[in-house]
Design a protein around this ligand. Structure first.
Ligand code: ADP
Ligand code: MG
Ligand code: ZN
Length: 478
C-alpha cells in the first residue's frame, strides 16, 4: 500500500554583503578585477597576520537580524571552521558557530493569499572562500583569491517549509528583504545570493523528522524548485522500496534535471570548530541595536499592508507591487499624479511588466516614466482616448519614450464623442449592411457586435464605444 508522504524542507542561504571592503582586511570587494589583485597578507592567510573586523558587516548583519524578527545576541563569537581545500588559504574559514549574532526569528510569506510563518533558526557572519577554475583541456586548476574574505551572512531556516513553491516564495521574500535593506544585491545567477536546500520526507501526520539530504549548486529559483521536486520523488521511491535515505550532500545538475551524490554528509565535529583566538567576543549594546532599528526602511510586508490600507488594493496586487522597492516607488509616483490606484496597478502588472520582461529591463530603466503612464490613464479617464487606442499609444510610448498627449495629438487619435458625427457613420454602416439589419430584426441579435465592429472600423477605433452602443440600439429599434 502506498503511503502519503509530506516533504520537510529547510534552507540555508548565503547572502554576499555589499560592503566596500572585506570582512577582516581593507581589500576591495569589487567584482571582476584581474585575479589575485584584491589580496593582502590577511586574506591570503599568511602566518602572523591579525584579522580586524569590518564594522559595516556587523551593521548589515544586525539589519537583517532585526528585519527578520531575530533576537540579537549581546555577545557573539567568531569561530574557526577547519577544513582543507585549495580555495581556502588559511585552512580554516572564520565563521560563527555556537554564538551567532542573531537567532530565533521568522518571516511571513504569502502562499496563495495566505500568510505563512517560516522560522529563522540563526543568522551568522562569515568570510567567503576563493574561486577555483578548472582547465577543461589540461590537468590544470587556477585559483583566484579576490573573493576570500568577502563578507557573507548565512541565514538558516527552521524546517518549516512544506512544498517547493513555499521554498521559492521564502527565497523570493528573503531576497526582497536584503534588497530593501540595501545590504546585498541578492542576485542568484551571479552568486551573491546562494541557497543550499535540505529536504526529507515523512509519512503524513508524523511528528519526527526523516533523514535529510542537502542539495547544493542551486543558482536560480527555478533550479531550487526543480531540485526539490526531483528529490521528493527520489526519496519516495527509496522508502516505497523499503530502503532508507542516506544522509548526504547532493549536487543539482540543471542540464540533466537530476541530483547526483557528491559526498557523505560531514558532521559538525568534522570541522573541529573552536573560538577564533585572534578575534575578541563581539559585544553589541542596546544603543547600537536601537540606532539600527530606527534606520530600517519600510519592509516588504509593512509596505504591502500599507498599500492595501492606503490604496485599497487587493492582497495580490499589493504583494506584487511591493516585491521590489523600486517597483513600489514607481507605483507610488504614478498614483501621486493619477489618483485611481487600481487602474495604475493593472497597467503596471499587465502592459508595463510585459514590456519590461520582453526588453529584459528592470523597472528603473522603464522607457515609460511614471509621469507618462499617469498621463495616459488621465487621457482614458477623461474619455479623450478609448482603452483600445490607449494600448497603441502605450506601444508608441514604449518605442519613442514620448508623452502620450504628444502622440495622441500628432497621430490624431482623439476619441470621437460628437454624437451627430457618430450617428452619421452608423447610418452609413446600416445602409451598407441592409441584409444583416433585416436578419437582426428577424431575431439574429448576435449581429449587434458585428455592427459595432463595422462602425469602429469606419472610425479607425476612435468612436466612443458607449455612444456607439447607445445610438446603434436606438436606430436598430426602429
Ligand atoms: P548543516 O550545516 O549541517 O547543513 P545547519 O544547521 O546549518 O546544518 O542547517 C541545517 C538545515 O537543514 C536547516 O535549514 C534545517 O532547518 C534543515 N533541516 C534539518 N533537519 C532536517 C530534516 N530532517 N529535513 C529537512 N530539513 C532539515
Ligand atoms: Mg548545510
Ligand atoms: Zn585582504
Amino acid at each position: 500500500k502506498k503511503m502519503n508522504y509530506e516533504p520537510v524542507i529547510g534552507l540555508e542561504v548565503h547572502a554576499q554583503l555589499k560592503t566596500k571592503t572585506k570582512i577582516f582586511c581593507s581589500c576591495s570587494t569589487a567584482f571582476g578585477a584581474p585575479p589575485n589583485t584584491h589580496t593582502c597578507p590577511v586574506c591570503l592567510g599568511m602566518p602572523g597576520v591579525l584579522p580586524v573586523l569590518n564594522i559595516k558587516v556587523v551593521e548589515y548583519a544586525l539589519c537583517m537580524g532585526l528585519a527578520t524578527n531575530c533576537t540579537i545576541n549581546r555577545e557573539s563569537r567568531f569561530a574557526r571552521k577547519n577544513y582543507f581545500y585549495p580555495d581556502l588559504p588559511k585552512g580554516y574559514q572564520i565563521s560563527q558557530y555556537e554564538l551567532p549574532i542573531a537567532e530565533n526569528g521568522f518571516i511571513e510569506i504569502d502562499i496563495n493569499g495566505h500568510q505563512k510563518r517560516i522560522g529563522i533558526t540563526r543568522i551568522h557572519m562569515e568570510e567567503d572562500a576563493g574561486k577555483l577554475s578548472h582547465d577543461p583541456d589540461r590537468p590544470l586548476s587556477k585559483v583566484d583569491f579576490n573573493r576570500t574574505g568577502v563578507p557573507l551572512i548565512e541565514i538558516v531556516s527552521e524546517p518549516d517549509i512544506r512544498t517547493p513553491e513555499e521554498a521559492g516564495a521564502y527565497l523570493r521574500h528573503l531576497r526582497s528583504i536584503v534588497r530593501y535593506l540595501g545590504i546585498s544585491d541578492g542576485n542568484m545567477e551571479e552568486g551573491s545570493f546562494r541557497c543550499d536546500a535540505n529536504i526529507s520526507i515523512r509519512p503524513k501526520g508524523s511528528q519526527t523528522l526523516g533523514t535529510r539530504t542537502e542539495i547544493k549548486n542551486l543558482n536560480s529559483f527555478k533550479h531550487v524548485e526543480n531540485a526539490l521536486y526531483f528529490e521528493i520523488d527520489r526519496q519516495k521511491e527509496i522508502l516505497e522500496d523499503g530502503d532508507h535515505v542516506v544522509q548526504e550532500t547532493r549536487l543539482w545538475d540543471p542540464v540533466q534535471n537530476k541530483s547526483i551524490s557528491m559526498r557523505g554528509k560531514e558532521e559538525a565535529h568534522d570541522y573541529r570548530y573552536f573560538p577564533d583566538p585572534d578575534l575578541l567576543p563581539l559585544v553589541i549594546d542596546d544603543d547600537w541595536i536601537e540606532s539600527i532599528r530606527k534606520k530600517l526602511p519600510e519592509l516588504p510586508n509593512e509596505k504591502k499592508k500599507r498599500f492595501m490600507d492606503e490604496y485599497g488594493l487587493p492582497s495580490y496586487d499589493a504583494e506584487f507591487l511591493t516585491s521590489s522597492h523600486e517597483l513600489a516607488d514607481y507605483f507610488e509616483e504614478c498614483v501621486t499624479q493619477f489618483a485611481d490606484p487600481k487602474p495604475v496597478s493593472n497597467w503596471i502588472m499587465g502592459s508595463l511588466l510585459g514590456l519590461l520582461n520582453a526588453q529584459g529591463k528592470p523597472i528603473t530603466e522603464s522607457p515609460i516614466s511614471p509621469g507618462n503612464l499617469a498621463q495616459l490613464l488621465q487621457l482614458i479617464d477623461e474619455s479623450i482616448i478609448s482603452g483600445k487606442i490607449a494600448k497603441t499609444v502605450f506601444d508608441d510610448m514604449a518605442q519613442t519614450g514620448k508623452a502620450p498627449k504628444e502622440i495622441v495629438e500628432q497621430k490624431g487619435l482623439v476619441q470621437v464623442t460628437d454624437e451627430s458625427a457618430i450617428k452619421a457613420v452608423i447610418v452609413k454602416v446600416l445602409e451598407a449592411c441592409s441584409k444583416e439589419v433585416e436578419d437582426y430584426k428577424n431575431g439574429k441579435t448576435k449581429l449587434f457586435g458585428f455592427f459595432v465592429g463595422q462602425v469602429m472600423k469606419e472610425t479607425k477605433g476612435k468612436a466612443n464605444p458607449k455612444i456607439v452602443n447607445e445610438i446603434l440600439k436606438d436606430l436598430l429599434k426602429r
